[in-house]
Design a protein around this ligand. Structure first.
Ligand code: PLP
Length: 392
């Protein structure tokens, strides 16, 4: 028996374990320190009342013979797909029900989608970015090329026609940099993908944080994208489902390669390997998209975005270069005095008892940068920024 040797090619991710270890060591030496954590990209506000009510009602239905549900449809219940379709309709994106696949979150689909692509494909991934894109390709044994994101392009790399690609990952708003592509920029990516006969894997997990109406919240707002792009999205950050788990993937029927619809391949893959999302959770997700639930979820998003505004204001005042914060819950800042990401981590922890995420954990080009999240408590955010103002 041989193992999948590709796993040996993964670099061990020590990022969050090293952060925890450093915090524990610091706490041992400084038991009274009031540490504020702005590192992990997880939501903190509870689920919206309408969502909880819907899930409670669905639980009760499961306890009665006449409304009990067993195995559900792998692609998701019709009611949730109809709600997602309506959500896109409000953005002026017209989808068909069978173009929408309900999932247990964007991470699973972003990894699993690789099942339907040949191992020989050339993959293009931004650096820095959410590490799942790279690791899932390494696990599959695919070679990856990086597109450099940095201050020179405001962390928004653009296509280079001299570089060949088959699979292109785009994440907008980006984790960790918070940068958001404009319509014009995405149009160039769509054109490039069509020229290359490539597929764009568009991660829209943070689309709900886009406040600026002139920025696109879906790749399908770009003409031609239905012929070259798959979109992944999630209720995690939009409705606080990081513990509840629900997301969705859109694969347009127009997306065809070698005469085969990717939608059909994905349907086959999901019906074979995916168990679907529980009925109760799907009712919760449906409620997050109804008018009342949506308004409550928006309130939570606005709370986080107010935090982001407070943070952005502090770094602006200090004249520190950063991206994000305006249309994203992440602030991506340049470490002062040419400190490395980890040096700045230690400095912030020791001098201000603040915890963030070193940018180097998101790729080589993240070195010298640092990510702070706006998902925390308001008072803590204000206090953290007071400390930053004093320290930097
Ligand atoms: N995509 C990006 C860019 C993320 O940052 C995350 C989670 O942090 C995900 C996808 C995963 O989302 P989900 O919770 O839906 O799996």
């Amino acid at each position: 028996m041989k193992i999948n040797d590709n796993y040996n090619n993964l670099t061990e991710s020590y990022l969050f374990s090293t952060i925890s270890k450093k915090i524990a060591e610091f706490k041992e030496k400084n038991p009274n320190a009031d540490i504020i954590k702005m590192g992990i990209g997880d939501v903190t506000l509870p689920l919206a009342k309408t969502v909880v009510d819907a899930m409670t009602k669905a639980s009760m239905e499961m306890g009665k013979k006449e409304s009990f549900r067993g195995y559900g449809p792998e692609q998701g219940y019709d009611f949730l797909r109809a709600s997602i379709k309506e959500y896109y309709g409000k953005k002026n994106v017209s989808l068909k029900d069978d173009e929408i696949f309900v999932s247990d979150g964007a991470k699973s689909d972003l990894g699993n989608i690789l099942d339907i692509f040949s191992i020989d494909n050339k993959v293009l991934i931004p650096d820095p970015v959410y590490p799942v894109y790279l690791d899932t390709n390494i696990m599959a044994g695919r070679e990856v090329a990086f597109m450099k994101a940095g201050e020179e392009n405001n962390f928004l790399p653009m296509p280079d026609e001299s570089v060949a690609a088959d699979i292109i990952y785009l994440c907008s708003p980006n984790n960790p940099t918070g940068s958001v592509y404009t319509y014009e920029m995405l149009a160039k990516w769509v054109q490039y993908a069509i020229n290359q006969n490539a597929v764009i894997l568009f991660d829209a997990a943070y689309e709900c944080f886009i406040k600026d109406k002139s920025l696109p919240t879906s790749i399908y707002l770009i003409p031609g994208a239905e012929k070259c792009a798959i979109e992944f999205s999630s209720f995690s950050k939009m409705a606080g489902f990081t513990g509840t788990r629900c997301g969705y993937t859109v694969i347009p029927m127009a997306l065809e390669f070698e005469g085969v619809k990717l939608n059909k391949l994905w349907l086959r893959r999901q019906t074979t390997k995916f168990n679907g999302v529980p009925y109760i959770i799907q009712r919760g997700a449906e409620a997050a998209l109804c008018d009342e639930g949506f308004a409550q979820c928006r309130n939570n998003i606005e709370y986080y975005m107010k935090n982001a505004e407070i943070m952005a204001e502090t770094f602006r005042k200090k004249g520190i270069y950063f991206t994000g914060g305006e249309n994203s819950p992440y602030i991506w800042l340049k470490c002062p005095d040419n400190m490395t990401s980890w040096e700045f981590f230690d400095y912030l922890l020791e001098k201000a008892n603040l915890v963030g995420t070193p940018g180097s954990g998101f790729g080589e080009n993240g070195e010298g940068f640092f990510r702070l999240t706006a998902f925390g408590d308001r008072d803590n955010t204000i206090e953290a920024m007071k400390r930053i103002e004093k320290l930097l």
